[in-house]
Design a protein around this ligand. Sequence first.
Ligand code: TXA
Ligand code: MG
Length: 322
Amino acid sequence: MLHETNTIRLSDTERGIRAAVAMLRAGQLVAIPTETVYGLAADATNPRAVAAIFEAKGRPRFNPLIVHVHASSEINALAVMDDRATRLADAFWPGPLTLVLPLRDGAPLADLVTAGLDSVAVRVPAHPTAQKLLRAFGGPLAAPSANPSGRISATTADHVMEGLGGRIAGVLDAGPTGVGVESTIVGLTGERPQLLRPGGLPVEAIEACLGDQLAGAGPGITAPGQLGSHYAPDAHLVLNAANGEGLWLAFGPLAGRRGLSLTESRDLVEAAANLFAHLHEIDAMARAEGVERILVDPIPETGLGRAINDRLRRAAAPRRGD
Ligand code: TXA
Ligand code: MG
């Protein structure tokens, strides 16, 4: 049973952070800013708190969650870092990178965090508010993206409120997130490093650091978030559109078309930062106007374009209810 609660909007101040810590220590859920998207955080060592995440999101399956800590030095208690992990951690943490590593024996994590796997996804976020909160909390926080299951990720506290208001104790409002797409996930549990999800850190940078190519996620998908429709707006999305009837999500100028531009100057970083907010907004426009299709300009498949296209493909995929 989901209990209606009054979701408190906490300010990005010492007082707000202290209140968030108190809620988290009490086993409650608080949406927190990271530099990628807002996360729905719970004490990763508290099984009931972690279970409440799935309940609040309405996730039909127990996908494993990302564990957030304030520094790489905190990872050792949770996971086993090899040379590759250390090299990536030194280069990119804090930042928009998640590593899937072998779970440390006796790691103090609730089982639901790893969904019973013998690996764990860990991340050191760079957002200053997330950093302050994690230090003040003093332990690992499990946090998936702070959106109801199958909906668009939240890049502002307002998005969080729209999707999860009344279902969580609080949201720590630090304004819009900078990167705008989720972290890149790299799997390091096998011989070859694997790209499990493209995201805010370009694959090219990771490959340059490792001096090795990332294997694609392959047919036996290990990041369930990769499956099917996951960021679904109500309207039907048409990718790589050339022409047609509907609202446009432009890459470059709208040039007289109706809709929104992700970036006037074809800047992939700007487009990534705008992606989810624009999807929310254009979906609302489509609903208000009774328009059934959103047409999306082609977007280059390089750098952050890969993550943007990945999100758009999932948003365009037939609903699977995940
Ligand atoms: O930017 C982000 O990564 C955001 C912020 C809040 O940190 N978090 C996020 O979490 O996007 P979520 O739960 O929406 O996506 C996490 C992905 C899922 O696809 C999940 O299946 C995968 O990480 N994952 C987690 N643990 C895993 C594991 N042990 N093995 C493989 N995949 C794992
Ligand atoms: Mg998500």
